[in-house]
Ligand binder design. Sequence first.
Ligand code: SF4
Ligand code: SF4
Length: 385
Amino acid sequence: MKKVVAMRCREYDPEAVKIKLEAAMEALGGLRQWIKPGDRVLLKVNLLTGKIPEEAVTTHPQVVIALADLLMEAGASVSIADSPAGPFSKGRLKKVYRLTGMERIESETGAKLNWNLESQEIHYSEGYRLKSFAVLQAVLETDHIINICKMKTHSMTLMTGAVKNMFGIMPGLKKAELHFRFTEPEDFAHAMVDICEYAQPTLSVMDGIDAMEGAGPSAGDIKKAGVLLVSKNPHALDAVAAKYMGVDPLQVPTLRVAEKRNLCSLSEDELEIQGVEMNGSTPFKLPDTQEPDFLERYSKWPVIGNVFRRISRKHLRPKPVLQKERCISCYECDTICPANAICMIHRRPEFIYDKCIRCYCCQEVCPEKAIWIYRPGILKRLSGS
Ligand code: SF4
Ligand code: SF4
């Protein structure tokens, strides 16, 4: 039975956040059971891009401060790290740390921000898709990882939580390369689970006080979900978060894969949820990126079904489009596109849809929400969404 503790917490009040997190950890056996004085602990936050905390794109600094305080009270030395989207450079880290409010954590708590840009290729023979991959040096030099993710929808993976957050232990554009290598959701999900299983976070915490719905993980709308979730098992944490968001866990590729790999059962009987009731919350608006699956559902004939599938994938898939008036010609989308499917014409992106793998990284990094997802009307009518 995998246990997840869900605490109601409606605001980023420093005292309230710390009390709730401490209580959640007590319910799981207590922080001192896992962390010994002198241990090095890395807080793996979600610093997707340089956004202020109020935009609910990144882990809120108050959650990080509370955890850093509790860990330091237990005698640990604490560092904070992530590899934001785009190139992993000192300049980018500096901007992201400043905007996301991480800078002040260092002076307020004594926890250290990671500035080490080095990484190492590690071998992971147990991986289902990844037998070796690059990992931040900071991750290799710690005793524990505490995974502090954000509750958000995600254009490619439907939701992002504890498992997807561990993707950030991979440096910079290596992440974009992985998107290009694994274009099928199932393969990509296996790769995400491989990374998370390699990292083995000691604890996973989800900041769902201000969450994100709609076009997540960066272009969506703020959703005041008012919860903090804590678990030793990142898959169980995501399963409970999915239920809270009104998403069937089986729709989430990383959860489907985790269940297949016997890492976590998604059955209600196998998840012990302590704390606030997960049912009855308002479902999150989902991203407009779900692929057409009605042909797969209704087609009984493999040959015709395959032809229909090919046609629908070519003509009915959602696709990124530009809202010209918002574009500031920053080239972030062009830099990150793993498929070389963006051509900058007159300093604005044009999409080459035959090359586009629908990873939606361009939308994720656009600082101006200038990229939105076009979903053909016929697809909406046929799939009833
Ligand atoms: S255009 Fe956007 S969605 Fe398409 S492959 Fe490039 S980054 Fe991914
Ligand atoms: S679409 Fe967005 S990311 Fe791309 S150049 Fe314009 S503002 Fe930058």
